[in-house]
Structure formats: structure tokens, C-alpha cells
Ligand binder design. Sequence first.
Ligand code: SAM
Length: 315
Amino acid sequence: MDAEEILNFLQHSKFSIQHPDHQPQQSVLNLHTGHRQTACMRNISAPQRSHKTVSFPVRAQAGGVVDGFERNGCGRRFCGTRFVGSGIGMDYKLNVMERQDARERMVAKQIAARGVTDSRVLAVMREVPRHVFVAVGLQPEAYEDRPLPIGEGQTISQPYMVAAMTAALEPRDSDHILEIGTGSGYQTAILARLARSVVSVERHPRLANRAEQVLASLGITNVRVTLGDGSRGLPAEAPYDRILVTAGAPAVPETLTDQLADGGRLVIPVGSEGYQRLMIIDRRGDRLSDREGEGCVFVPLIGQHGWPEGGVPGL
Ligand code: SAM
């Protein structure tokens, strides 16, 4: 993402740029390209046993403003047969508009058309640039209706799923949110736009570091990414007004309901390894009530209160 696109994004957001001198460039997103997988994938890395804050300096790089995909003119869906201007600048401007258009279409056709009506959620889904959360080679597909690989056998969730979970969570401006499963950081960015603060736990150091970089490059300052087994929650910062789990659990971990504030809500996919249902759990004083949302398929929540490392027993 280049400076102009960031300014465009910030104009429509409440974020501020942390370091005025910093001109984040697409090059900080030099991610692995990964192989194509349309379904969710099994995570087989070693679990982290303790939480630790990961801190990562954002690398600024002066120079070009166009990422590899657009510079090479190979964007089959975005470039199509349109006229590419006489200079990189013009090419770039067209692409910024096209990405905005792609987000508008994504929201209209994939999200609103499927019944997500919360105007705050729809607005933020139009604003947050999903393409910066995936590898440059996958950016042409960033606004399509599916998850994409992000490395470590993990995925950035389908845009509709991100919107549906966010709508189910009903985040408020004043909320302190715990997210389990940072992944690419895309869902984290969406939550950060809608709440006071977000702390997000990821078990893969590489994903946590990269998500933190991307979030910082967008000027998002109300987010902290930590490394650890999120199935245990993060008791040090509890209680949370909202908890969102973005990986599938065999059951609702009590560790998480225990960390919900009075009036708080937990949204978590629960079920088998191959299929889950969103569970929406509300705390009112000591009482918990739950209801089932829609069906979904997520990568497994691996950890002490999730699935064991290395696969589900008996499968
Ligand atoms: N919402 C993310 C996004 O927009 O990119 C996608 C999350 S991905 C479907 C699920 C993530 O949960 C993976 O990054 C995975 O490593 C992580 N995960 C699984 N078990 C975890 C655990 N116990 N603690 C923290 N993260 C976990």
C-alpha cells in the first residue's frame, strides 16, 4: 500500500498516522506467495506456551508507489482491457479507484446481498484494504469471495465471514476486544475501526509479526498483537467487552467466557474439525446465554482449550 492509498484510507477513517515521516510502502508486505487452497488448512506447528508481546519496527522505504502486480500490468481482473495511462502515476490512480470499486462490489454482492445489514460493518468493509493483508501475488484475488492462503497453513477469512462475525459481535465504540487468531490481521483491522482497543493473540510468530507490520503501516494504533495460545484467553487484560475467535473450537472454552465482562459477548465457531457453527454467547452477571448462528468452516483452534497439536484424535 502506498502513501496515496493510505491517505485515501485515512480520510475515511478515524485512524491517525503514528509517525508523520513514515511513508509505508507495499514492500513491507513482501509475503510468501503460498499455494492455492480454497478450503481451510490444518495448522501443524508447535503451540506457544506463554504470551509475549511481539514488537516490530515498521520499515519505511522511499521510492515507487506502485506494487509489483500493477506495475507489471498483469492484473487480469483489475486491469482488464482498460486504457493504462502514459505513466505509472496514471496507472496507479486508476488502480486505486478500481480497488475501491472492487471493495464496493465485494460489499454489495458478497456481504449485503447475503443479509449483513449493519451499516457500520458495511462501511468499514468498504474502507479497509484487504489486498494489503495478502501476498502481492494474491492481490488480484483479494476482493473475491473466498479465503486465501497467508502462510503457515493458515488463511485470511472470506470477506463475508469477516463481516458476518463482526456483525454478530456487535462491537461498540467504547469496547475493549480480545481477538483469538490474528492471522493476516485483516479482521483485527476491521475490529479496530469499530472499537476502542483490540488485543489479538496469534500462535504463529511469523503471522503475528507480519500482521503487526501491516496494521502499523495502516496507521492503526489501537491494536496490540501478542503471541501465545489464545484458547487460554489473555487473563492479564480481562475482562473484555467482546471476544472473537477466528478458528474452530471443539467446545466453548470456559477460559474465554470467564474473561467476558458483564454485558459482554463471545463469538466463536464451534463444532467438528470439518464443520462448525458460530456460537454467540452473552454474559449478564453470572448468567451465560447462547444461541447458534450460521454454519462455517474454519482452521482449528489449536491449544490447551482447543484441538490438540498435530490433528484431531480419531480422524
Ligand atoms: N481472521 C484472520 C484474518 O482475517 O486473516 C484469519 C484467522 S485464521 C482463519 C485462524 C488463525 O487462528 C490462524 O492464524 C491460526 O494460526 C490461529 N490460531 C489457531 N489456534 C490458535 C490459538 N490457540 N491461539 C492463537 N491463534 C490461534
